[in-house]
Design a protein around this ligand. Structure first.
Ligand code: SAM
Length: 223
């Protein structure tokens, strides 16, 4: 079993996405366990504050170092080999290759920020800083859910057809997936490419590979 942990102020955020479709089945089948650890449980003081104003001034609040580091320590106690990932727009970009790398580990712990982000000293207690992309979310939870979903579908026996994940975009040499069609044969004057109806498997495969190659080239050129 793969052990995923999430350090968050909003564990309830994960209830719905983890109770549908592939993640739900993967959890039920014992391929993965996802445990949320509430960061606020590690805050001390009467008000259990997890945020404070930045030194030097400026807008917003920051995640405080003490409760976050204590929550990371708890995650490492529960899963001693866990790889702790801080979600931050300033981190390395998340890719399919990263998802494949993560599922080779025993456990991954995803640390979700809120407010204006983390006290910088927290970086010394994590193994990696990871960004979902060049945009700013209001919290790490949506980013963590994307990472969880991308990992879960790659775990052994989670997808109905093991071939699906191998044929997905970004898996083989970073190639994109080819175009797919299902019924009806014609929609709004747009017909399914004839080759797909030919029954000639070699021709179909050649067409698909060519389409994937063209798509990948087009994407590269538009970057
Ligand atoms: N002040 C930060 C900045 O500009 O880099 C943004 C903080 S953001 C409002 C609050 C939290 O959302 C971050 O600490 C992080 O956990 C999460 N977050 C926002 N955008 C993200 C992204 N692109 N990838 C991963 N996490 C992100």
């Amino acid at each position: 079993m793969f052990f995923a942990q999430v350090l968050t102020l909003f564990p309830e955020f994960f209830d719905s996405p983890l109770s549908c479709s592939i993640p739900k089945r993967a959890i039920a089948d014992g391929a993965v366990s996802v445990d949320c650890i509430q960061i606020r449980d590690f805050a001390t003081g009467k008000h259990q504050n997890v945020d404070d104003a930045p030194y030097g001034g400026g807008p917003g609040m920051l995640m405080k170092v003490e409760p976050v580091v204590a929550a990371i320590a708890e995650a490492r106690k529960r899963q001693p080999n866990t790889h702790v990932v801080m979600l931050t727009p300033t981190g390395n970009k998340f890719t399919q290759a990263k998802a494949l790398e993560y599922i080779e580990k025993d456990s991954v712990t995803l640390l979700c920020g809120r407010y204006e982000g983390f006290d910088e000293r927290i970086v010394d207690y994590v193994d990696e800083e990871l960004s979902l992309g060049d945009y700013v979310l209001s919290g790490g939870e949506p980013a963590a859910m994307c990472v969880l979903d991308a990992m879960i579908r790659l775990l052994p026996d989670v997808l109905g057809s093991p071939e699906s994940a191998v044929l997905d975009s970004f898996t083989e040499d970073g190639m994109l997936d080819w175009p797919h069609y299902t019924r009806p044969e014609v929609f709004d004057g747009k017909a399914v490419p004839k080759v797909l109806l030919s029954g000639d498997h070699a021709k179909i495969q050649a067409w698909r590979e060519e389409q994937a190659r063209l798509r990948s080239l087009k994407r590269k050129a538009s970057k």
